[in-house]
Design a protein around this ligand. Structure first.
Ligand code: ARG
Length: 577
């Protein structure tokens, strides 16, 4: 636990620690009370009960009694084991406004000093389509890169391309036998693979052919390498198109093949560190003595071939040497949980202390209409097609909402909305949960969707535009006591949580916290804004200038949080839609 980044929440934790004569305010969790009438920040006294040998309600009463008002908090009241604090509204508005308008203090404080965090994500296999299910890990990994970066870490986004292994022998064999139409496409390669698997079931000799091709590839045979390289280039070109659509850029793209040269040295080091053993002619790292009963990590088969895990060992060592990471994350589906257990255990066994800083950030399956998707049978839905269709499906709605926009403008916004909807749909659930794909659910503008948040953001932008026409601009010097309503306050209280939500998303590797939070911000904004539509005295652009300016600044603050939040999730924030 650490002290909250919201200075008002931090003051609440501090007030408790001070009143109880304890050093570490970080032990106290600060949350919003269950009902806003109770106060703004609730702190439970549970963590202190043991050390102070007193029941939490007694401690809460003591805190309330000893409390004295400060610049952030004006009152404290005990409620059972909790202390409910009330913030000084004007001070909190002032803090929010300067953070949002001038970024001073920063809206998202830097909690790190450039420590490197490697984030391996997306990492597809070449010669196969980027299928729809790839979006889940790709969206989570991208969001985590953005989130860690915003907090001051040096996030290194890594695409560990699957471009090595016996599959590529199969592809070479199939291509040599049956060829493929030019210009070569990933789709054609995928079909070759499917065809090969099908025929190999009848004709096992094909498998030998594939092994022979892979052996040639490993031995550096020029023809084999050249064809394989074409497969790789064609694949990467297609993958890049999808990453461009998503606005993703990797800091490192390194295929498994690129670790081949390191492997003899890696094996030597593991041997030297006493981690290797021989088992039925194969080379393994026995890891079953790690307290848990897990099978050994296979590094070299009897025929001398290396494996996925061997290359992951080499890649892990490379990443540590290159980046000196403080954490190394693998955003990979939970189906590979055993692989990562073995990998981390093998590295620990070899005495690499940094293996404790590696994390498998597992995520759940993607289903379409309740069915698991996959490319093994060639039945996968292409990710690019889904993005294109999502854009097409959004176009009508965008056009209807912006009758005066040019065709290009409509296209641009439809793309932001369609792609944003798909990305958001893959971030809104806890990552371990399976996600089901449903067009209506993800594309709606008024459910728990990306477009709903984008729409609230666009609405804020449009209010700001209208205000500018009336000569009004948001300012951190706005008269804060003009903001007297409880609906405004509920929104402000929500906005103040932003930096802590970002940090919690990083700590749990859960962009879903941020996605959920943005929906809550929109709900609070909408409650306030709708009240204005029904009651003229509550209108944002009130007739009284000072009030209008203050409310406008709250709109600008909301817009800033939505824009930054969407940006961290990898979702665009159009100004009109
Ligand atoms: N290419 C693998 C697959 O498609 C995922 C690789 C994940 N990263 C890693 N370092 N193992 O299943």
């Amino acid at each position: 636990m650490s002290t909250p980044l919201d200075p008002f929440a931090a003051a609440a934790a501090r007030a408790v620690a001070t009143a109880l004569d304890l050093d570490d305010p970080g032990q106290f969790q600060v949350a919003a009370p269950p009902r806003p009438e109770l106060g703004d920040y609730a702190v439970g006294c549970f963590p202190a009960a043991k050390a102070l040998r007193a029941p939490p309600p007694k401690l809460a009463a003591r805190v309330a009694e000893r409390f004295s008002p400060g610049p952030e908090l004006e009152s404290a009241e005990a409620a059972g084991p909790f202390v409910n604090f009330r913030a000084r509204r004007s001070a909190l508005y002032g803090h929010l406004f300067s953070a949002a308008i001038t970024d001073e203090p920063p809206l998202i404080p830097q909690v790190a000093g450039g420590e490197a965090i490697c984030i391996d994500y997306s990492s597809p296999n070449i010669s196969k389509q980027l299928a729809y299910h790839h979006i889940h890990g790709t969206a989570i990994g991208h969001a985590l890169c953005n989130i860690f970066r915003a907090l001051g870490y040096r996030a290194v986004g890594i695409n560990h391309l699957g471009d090595w292994g016996t599959t590529h022998g199969m592809l070479l064999a199939a291509y040599e036998r049956w060829g493929a139409p030019e210009p070569l496409t990933v789709e054609a390669l995928n079909e070759l693979y499917v065809e090969f698997r099908k025929r190999a079931e009848q004709d096992p000799a094909l498998e030998d052919e594939a092994r022979a091709w892979f052996a040639r590839l490993e031995a550096g045979d020029e023809a084999a390498r050249e064809t394989w390289k074409r497969f790789r280039d064609v694949s990467w070109r297609e993958f890049s198109r999808v990453y461009d659509e998503l606005g993703i850029r990797f800091d490192e793209v390194k295929g498994e093949s690129e670790y081949e040269d390191d492997i003899p040295e890696v094996l030597r080091v593991l041997e030297e560190r006493g981690a290797l053993a021989e088992s039925e002619g194969a080379l393994v790292v026995p890891v079953d003595d790690e307290g848990e009963d897990i099978p050994p990590l296979l590094l070299k088969k009897g025929d001398g071939a290396t494996l996925y895990g061997t290359r992951d060992i080499a890649a892990a060592i490379y990443r540590h040497e290159t980046y000196r990471f403080s954490q190394s994350l693998y955003v990979v589906d939970r189906g590979q949980a055993l692989h990562f257990k073995q990998l981390f255990a093998a590295l620990r066994k070899a005495g690499f202390a940094w293996a404790d800083r590696m994390v498998h950030v597992a995520f759940g399956l993607v289903r379409i209409g309740g069915k698991k998707t996959g490319t093994r049978t060639g039945s996968g839905v292409k990710l690019l097609e889904v993005l294109t269709e999502a854009t097409a499906r959004s176009r009508e709605r965008v056009k209807a909402a912006n009758p005066n926009a040019s065709a290009e403008e409509v296209d641009r916004v439809a793309h932001q909305v369609g792609v944003g909807a798909v990305v958001f749909a893959n971030l809104i659930s806890q990552r371990q949960k399976d996600v089901d794909f449903d067009w209506d659910e993800i594309l709606t503008w008024d459910g728990d969707s990306g477009p709903y948040i984008q729409y609230a953001h666009a609405r804020c932008s449009s209010i700001l535009r209208r205000a500018r026409e009336q000569g009004l601009t948001p300012t951190q010097d706005a008269e804060r006591d003009r903001l007297a309503g409880d609906r405004e306050w509920a929104l402000a209280r929500k906005l103040a949580e932003f930096p802590d939500v970002v940090r919690r998303s990083a700590q749990g590797y859960e962009p879903h916290h941020l996605a959920r939070y943005l929906l809550d911000v929109c709900a609070a904004f909408s409650t306030w804004y709708t009240a204005g539509a029904q009651d003229a005295s509550q209108r944002v652009l009130a007739s009284d200038r000072a009030t209008a300016e203050a409310r406008l600044t709250l709109v600008a603050t909301t817009r800033e949080v939505l824009q930054r939040g969407l940006g961290l999730l990898g979702v665009a924030a159009p100004d009109a839609m």
